[in-house]
Design a binder for this molecule. Structure first.
Ligand code: PMP
Ligand code: GLU
Length: 386
């Protein structure tokens, strides 16, 4: 077929594949319970609907500037100032088609072939393949036995002369854990010291429970944004329940941002004008939507934790944010792909195997769906395993 070595070697996105499997089973009328999802079930904010509606009504839906519309960048600047205490200028912001494209733009802009990009396990499923897509080498740092968060010293020990970036996702998909302040501070210090980029994947950073806050890397630097090695990635997919709009963004120093703008200009021109209008409407609506979403997710987290605690041999670190839990099922079955496949076949429950996130023995169970599904899904798992 004359496919490139890169295309042939690239793994599939396990999460997207499982979404498809769940949807197909549902379409066949099977009583499937989808605990593998990665999107809230809430409707989008009213402001999003109104702003994209206005643009649609105008009849003019055209290319926008590559880096995003002035209106959306203004909202992103205000959002960043409010939640991070840093005010980016228009040339520090790049709006992309999802946080995923923002991360890809970054990787292509900082890594030469063979350069290393470090991230701790458990990691979001796409990180290793995205690094490979940028012709880089993914370097995974495992947590210590029984833990879910790697130590800063262990991450530091993996830095070499070829390291270009460290990726940190906090709160974390899949574990739901928030990286502690000390770790973030330490990483900021070593990244600044060694000229390595620290990419903070903050896509879940407002979805944090129990009054906690996910520490922002910007809090630990004195450098102005244009001298900084910190890159923040965010978007409306999760916090505004707008996964289908495909809007994410990066905030970074101007030189890096403008390199990323060039990449995006050659790959996809600009994100959809309608989606950008919707995202600006969502951000302008303020915190009410996000607060309600977070409160609802916190309740569902409690339901998930209570249900999982009824399984005799599951070990769980209580999630502090996101809408994922990452229990350790290894006392039942060490091979997570085998266990996940068996639960799908025998119980019609969709879960994501821990091995896809770089940590065997675990399963990712989402609680972004209905409470009824959480209770029913875990009940079915219990009936099979206990
Ligand atoms: N980072 C993490 C950790 C995620 O879970 C996701 C999930 N989609 C993304 C980035 C990408 O988000 P988006 O939908 O905005 O591309
Ligand atoms: N990020 C979500 C997940 O991990 C959505 C799917 C994806 O983009 O991978 O399930």
């Amino acid at each position: 077929m004359n496919l490139s070595r890169l295309a042939q070697s690239l793994g599939q996105s396990a999460t997207l594949k499982l979404n498809e499997i769940a949807n197909n089973l549902k379409a066949e009328g099977k009583p499937v319970v989808h605990l593998g999802g990665g999107e809230p079930e809430e409707k989008i904010p009213r402001g999003a609907l109104e702003e994209s509606g206005k643009l649609l009504d105008s009849g003019f839906v055209r290319y926008t500037p590559t880096s995003g519309t002035a209106a959306l960048k203004k909202e992103i600047a205000a959002y960043t100032e409010k939640h991070y205490g840093v005010k980016p200028g228009p040339r520090n912001i790049l709006v992309s088609s999802g946080a995923k494209q923002a991360i890809y733009n970054f990787l292509v802009s900082v890594a030469d072939p063979g350069d290393e990009v470090i991230f701790p396990a458990p990691y979001w499923v796409s990180y290793p393949e995205m690094v490979r897509l940028a012709y880089g080498n993914p370097v995974v740092v495992k947590p210590r036995e029984g833990e879910l968060l790697a130590k800063a010293a262990d991450i530091e020990a993996h830095i070499t002369s070829r390291t270009r970036a460290i990726l940190l996702n906090s709160p974390n998909n899949p574990s739901g854990q928030v990286y502690p302040e000390d770790l973030v501070r330490h990483l900021v210090e070593i990244c600044e010291d060694r000229g390595v980029y620290l990419l903070m994947d903050d896509i879940y950073n407002r979805l944090v429970f129990d009054g906690l806050k996910a520490p922002s890397a910007f809090a630990f630097t004195k450098k102005p944004l244009n001298d900084s090695h910190i890159v923040s990635i965010n978007g409306v997919s999760k916090t505004f329940s707008m996964t289908g709009y495909r809007i994410g963004w990066s905030v970074a120093n101007e030189a890096l941002t403008q390199a990323m703008v060039k990449v995006q200009a050659q790959v996809s021109s600009c994100p959809s004008a309608l989606s950008q209008a919707a995202a600006a409407g969502a951000l302008a609506e303020g915190d009410g939507f996000v607060g309600a979403l977070r409160d609802g997710l916190e309740k569902k987290r409690d339901v998930m934790v209570a249900e999982l605690s009824r399984l005799k041999k599951v070990k769980l670190h209580k999630p502090q944010g996101t809408f994922y839990s990452f229990p350790d099922f290894s006392a039942y079955e060490k091979d997570s792909a085998k266990l996940s496949g068996m639960l799908l076949e025998k119980a019609l429950v969709v879960t994501v195997p821990g091995v896809e996130f770089g940590l065997e023995g675990h399963l990712r169970l989402s609680y972004c769906g209905s409470e009824k599904d959480i209770v029913e899904g875990v009940k079915r798992i219990r009936e099979i395993l206990d």
